[in-house]
Design a protein around this ligand. Structure first.
Ligand code: GLV
Ligand code: MN
Ligand code: MN
Length: 424
C-alpha cells in the first residue's frame, strides 16, 4: 500500500514516455537531441503542465517545471533525473526519477499545498553519455564542471558535435552557458532511481537510501594502422589496427580481477573502421568503463590500462587514450540521508543504507548542493536492458519518501499532509 503516490498515474507517465524510442519492441533507445528525444520532451512538458507546473526548456534542453513558492526569491528544491537512455535499455532508468518529480508536483496539487520555496522538477539530457560520450553531461554543465565552450568538440559516432546537434534541436549553442546555475542557487537536490542491482528485491526491502556513489572513469581508446587489401597484403607487411586493439582488449578484464577491491571494468563499445570484410582495419575505437569504491583503485586501473594499451601499439600502430570522464567516489548529504531514512521508517517502509555502483546526476550535484538519492527495487537486478522492471507499487513507495521529504524541505513545520491521499 502506498500512502500518497498514485501507482496508476506513475505507470501511465512511464509507459507513455516509453513510446518515444528509436527501437520499438527492442527496448528503449532515446538519444539526446534525437527526434524521439524531442517527442519525449514535448510529452513531459504536457505532463508537467497538467501537474500545475510552469515549464521551460533551459539552454541545453533540460526540461524544468517550476512550482512557485510563497517566496519566489528562495533557492528552489530540485527534484528529478534524466530522460536519455542507453542503446536498447529499459523504461525506468532515468524516467523513474523524472516521474518521481512530476508525481510529487501532482501530490502538492492534490493536497492543495503551496511550498515556501519553489520546487523545480528537472528532466535532464545525456546522463548516460550514449550519444556524446562521458555521460553526466547535464549535471556537469549545470554545476559549471563542463565548460560549454567544449560542446563543439564532443562528437557523436557520426561526427556530429554536441553543439551541432543542439542547433538542429532548436537550441543556440552560443547560449549554452545560460544553463549554468550559480553556487547557492539550489537549496537541495533529490533523485529517485531504480537500484539496477539485486539487493533490495532479494532482501524484501522497499527502498535503499544511498550514502555514497563509487568512483568512475571512462576512457576512449583509438588504435590507428594502415588500411589495405585483405587478399594481397602479406601478413608480415600489415599494420592492422584490430590486431593491436584485440591484444590490449583481451588483457583488460584481468586487470580488474587482479585488482580486487570491488573494482569493475567494462569494454561496452567497439568500432572497427572502415568495416569491410576484405579490408584491413585502419582505425579501431573502444571505450573502457572503470569503477571502484576507492579513488586510488580507479586511478591505478587507469594507469594500468594506459600501460597495456601502450604495449599493444608500436610497429606502425599508434594508440591514443582519451579520458572522457573521471568522477571521484562521492559522499551524498548525511543530513538528507538521515532525513530520507527517517521518512521511509515513518511511512512504514523497510529500508537500508546503500552504496551505488551506478553513476547518477546526483554524484555531480552533490558537490554543488545537499543531495539525496533514493533507490527502489529492480526486478532480478536487471538494468540497461529491455527486461528492466520495477513494480509500480514499489516505485510509488519510493516516491512517497521523496514527497514527504519535499514537504519537510519546503513547508512550514506541521503543514505536511496526513495520509491517505484525498480523492482528486
Ligand atoms: C549510468 O547508468 C551509469 O552508471 O553508467
Ligand atoms: Mn543508466
Ligand atoms: Mn540512470
Amino acid at each position: 500500500m502506498t500512502r500518497f503516490a498514485d501507482p496508476q498515474r506513475i505507470r501511465s507517465l512511464i509507459e507513455g514516455l516509453d513510446a518515444f524510442t528509436a527501437t520499438p519492441g527492442r527496448g528503449t533507445t532515446r538519444l539526446t537531441y534525437s527526434p524521439q528525444f524531442r517527442a519525449a520532451s514535448d510529452y513531459l512538458r504536457a505532463q508537467m503542465e497538467s501537474a500545475g507546473l510552469s515549464v521551460r526548456e533551459d539552454a541545453i534542453g533540460n526540461l524544468v517545471g517550476r512550482l512557485e513558492g510563497r517566496d519566489p526569491g528562495l533557492a528552489p528544491l530540485l527534484i528529478g533525473s534524466h530522460f536519455d537512455s542507453v542503446p536498447n535499455g529499459g523504461k525506468f532508468d532515468g524516467p523513474a526519477g523524472v516521474a518521481a518529480g512530476i508525481e510529487t508536483a501532482f501530490l502538492f496539487r492534490d493536497h492543495g499545498l503551496t511550498p515556501e520555496r519553489p520546487i523545480e522538477i528537472i528532466a535532464m539530457i545525456e546522463e548516460e553519455g550514449t550519444r556524446f560520450g562521458g555521460g553526466l553531461v547535464a549535471s556537469r554543465i549545470l554545476t559549471g564542471e563542463l565548460d560549454t565552450a567544449s560542446l563543439g568538440s564532443l562528437p557523436d559516432d557520426d561526427g556530429i558535435t554536441m553543439a551541432q546537434a543542439m542547433a538542429a534541436y532548436g537550441l543556440d549553442p552560443a547560449q549554452a552557458g545560460r544553463a549554468v546555475r550559480q553556487p547557492g542557487s539550489v537549496h537541495a537536490f533529490l533523485e529517485l532511481h531504480i537500484e539496477q542491482g539485486p539487493v533490495l528485491e532479494a532482501q524484501g526491502e522497499d527502498v535503499g537510501i544511498v550514502e555514497r556513489i563509487v568512483g568512475m572513469a571512462q576512457l576512449k581508446v583509438t588504435f590507428r594502422g594502415q588500411a589495405g587489401h585483405a587478399g594481397t597484403t602479406p601478413m608480415t607487411a600489415r599494420c592492422d589496427a584490430l590486431v593491436g586493439a584485440v591484444a590490449a582488449l583481451s588483457r583488460l578484464p584481468g586487470l580488474a580481477y587482479a585488482m580486487g577491491r570491488d573494482a569493475v571494468l567494462t569494454v561496452g563499445k567497439l568500432e572497427v573502421r572502415p568495416g569491410g570484410a576484405n579490408v584491413i582495419p585502419d582505425r579501431v575505437t573502444f571505450t573502457i568503463d572503470i569503477r571502484a569504491p576507492a579513488e586510488e583503485v580507479v586511478r591505478e586501473l587507469i594507469g594500468q590500462c594506459r600501460a597495456v594499451i601502450g604495449q599493444a601499439g608500436g610497429n606502425g600502430l599508434t594508440a591514443e587514450v582519451e579520458e572522457q570522464m573521471f568522477v571521484a567516489p562521492t559522499p551524498l548529504s548525511p543530513e538528507l540521508h538521515d532525513r530520507l531514512l527517517r521518512n521511509a521508517g515513518q511511512l512504514g517502509l523497510k529500508s537500508r543504507t546503500m552504496v551505488s555502483g551506478a553513476g547518477h546526476d546526483a554524484m555531480i550535484l552533490a558537490g554543488f548542493a545537499p543531495t539525496g538519492l533514493v533507490f527502489v527495487p529492480s526486478h532480478k537486478g536487471i538494468s540497461h536492458a529491455p527486461e528492466e522492471w520495477t513494480d509500480y507499487g514499489q516505485l510509488a513507495r519510493g516516491i512517497d519518501v521523496i514527497f514527504t521529504s519535499a514537504c519537510e524541505l519546503t513547508l512550514p513545520a506541521g503543514q505536511a499532509p496526513a495520509s491517505p491521499r484525498p480523492a482528486s
